[in-house]
Design a binder for this molecule. Structure first.
Ligand SMILES: *Cc1c(COP(=O)(O)O)cnc(C)c1O
Length: 462
């Protein structure tokens, strides 16, 4: 058995290895998945491993694991590294609390509640609002759906589904909506996918027409999931217009801001979620735009009664001291729950709300740089639009799936592709606020140099 002090010394040594490696090789040396188990010793065995070999294996693992914090990672809706948030998360690991009770989490309860209270104020929710930290954006969508279901049919949680409920989301929304309909007993076939306009935004008139049709057929419209930042295009559904409809028909409105809901922190771009205060619930992932380590997802509920009604359960063995306001397990999905709040709080505390705003603004500035470059260069075609941090483009008509895979396999950059309507394109996500304008231009330069050097591989049309 080793003691924790020497393990932490080793930790620091390994982190130095990783940071150096990130500088030298921003894209990890890729191990072919077919060769993974032959390349690194991942095996577990009955015998202990000696310290020296153990360290060696750990280094191998670090070096070959994809690097998401570097300047050449644009593949996902997260990236980069906020130091103060990393600090908070490391402390959370050391503390190892569980967020269900004040008895076990103490001040960490207050830390989580302060983030929720501030977020509710910024969104414009009233005194009855509250929230929790689910495991992610998918779970946030799920919790919202369960609250909507229970609100529509108070008996449902005791007796099961008795009404033919239907729910609504745009065809561009996150795939978790599909799974959640199944989990919540609504049924995948009872989701109505509402058509999006040419910029990927839900069309409110189509939503209302569908609701009217469902009502006339005896269905019970229960829940609308609007998106603030769709997964491919980064589009924002028109919340105010959608809220006019959900209020008229008394349907729960959830805004899925997992990707771009953090625009609430910026005076420059929060107009993208105008009407957000009219929603019943709203979620955002701080591990996406804000740049905390994964996962850090927040769901806010306009009236906390719904959170309590759907997720509260008595448990005498657990809730032994303090009131419900301090025993957060009464409003969460899980029992034991990781402390995802501390990393967000250490960041927020150290940079202030103004600092969060700068993080968000920087992403839109970088997106402008990228769009500008694409627009001014005739070898590129742009598929996305202003006020989105997903820049979708093609280069010299090269097949984007081939291009992205080749860039990844040759360790040039990590970037993904997406589709909208009949087009497929490269999707560059400027979510890493540590990047500068230079880093974005460097990405395009690297891409162009790579294409110049490998014309055959890419079969560039003459
Ligand atoms: C990322 C994302 C989700 C899922 O969030 P997870 O934390 O990965 O579960 C849901 N909705 C949208 C719009 C997203 O971008």
């Amino acid at each position: 058995m080793s003691d924790i002090h020497s393990d932490l010394v080793l930790f620091n040594e390994l982190v130095e290895v990783l940071l150096n490696e990130e500088e030298k090789h921003p894209v990890a040396e890729r191990i072919d998945s077919n060769k993974l188990y032959d390349s690194i010793d991942l095996s577990l065995s009955a015998e202990a491993m000696v310290d020296k070999e153990f360290k060696h294996v750990l280094k191998d693992v670090l070096v070959s694991t994809p690097k998401t914090a570097t300047k050449l990672f644009f593949n996902q809706l997260f990236g980069g590294r906020q130091g103060k948030a990393v600090l908070g998360d490391l402390l959370a690991v050391m503390l190892n609390n569980s967020m269900y009770t004040y008895k076990v989490a103490g001040p960490q309860v207050g830390i989580e509640q302060e983030i929720i209270r501030q977020s509710c104020d910024i969104v414009g929710y009233g005194a009855q609002s509250n929230g929790t930290f689910p495991t992610g954006g998918s779970m946030s969508n799920y919790m919202a759906l369960v609250m909507a279901r229970d609100f529509m049919d108070q008996d449902c949680k005791d007796r099961g589904m008795s009404k033919p409920m239907v729910i609504y989301t745009s065809e561009e929304s996150h795939y978790s909506n599909d799974k959640n309909a199944s989990f919540a007993g609504i049924g995948r076939k009872n989701i109505r996918y509402i058509q999006a306009d040419s910029k990927g935004r839900m069309i409110p008139e189509k939503l209302e027409a569908q609701i009217a049709e469902d009502l006339s057929n005896g269905f019970v419209p229960t829940y609308v999931n609007a998106t603030a930042g769709t997964t491919v295009l980064g589009a924002f559904d028109p919340i105010d217009q959608i809220a006019d409809i959900t209020e008229k028909y008394k349907i729960w409105l959830h805004v899925d801001g997992a990707y771009c809901g953090s625009v609430i922190f910026s005076d420059k771009v929060k107009h993208l979620v105008d009407g957000i205060e009219r929603s019943d619930s709203f979620s955002y992932n701080a591990h996406k735009m804000i740049g905390t380590p994964l996962t850090c997802s927040v769901i806010l509920v306009n009236d906390k009664k719904h959170l309590h009604d759907s997720f509260n359960n008595e448990a005498d063995y657990l809730y032994q001291t303090d009131g419900d306001d301090f025993n957060l397990g009464k409003t969460s999905f899980q029992c034991g729950r990781r402390n995802d709040a501390l990393k967000f709080w250490t960041l927020w505390k150290s940079v202030g709300t103004k600092g969060l705003s700068e993080i968000v603004d920087q992403q839109f500035t970088l997106a402008d740089v990228a769009r500008d470059y694409v627009r001014k260069n005739k070898d590129y075609t742009l598929y996305s639009f202003d006020e989105s941090i997903s820049i979708c483009f093609n280069y010299k008509n090269i097949d984007p799936t081939t291009l992205c895979t080749a860039l990844y396999e040759h360790q040039v950059a990590v970037v993904g592709f997406g589709s909208f309507n009949n087009d497929t394109f490269v999707r560059l996500v400027t979510i890493n606020a540590n990047n500068t304008k230079h880093d974005i231009l460097n990405f395009f330069q690297a891409l162009e140099d790579f294409v110049d050097q490998t014309p055959n591989l890419l079969q560039v049309p003459a």
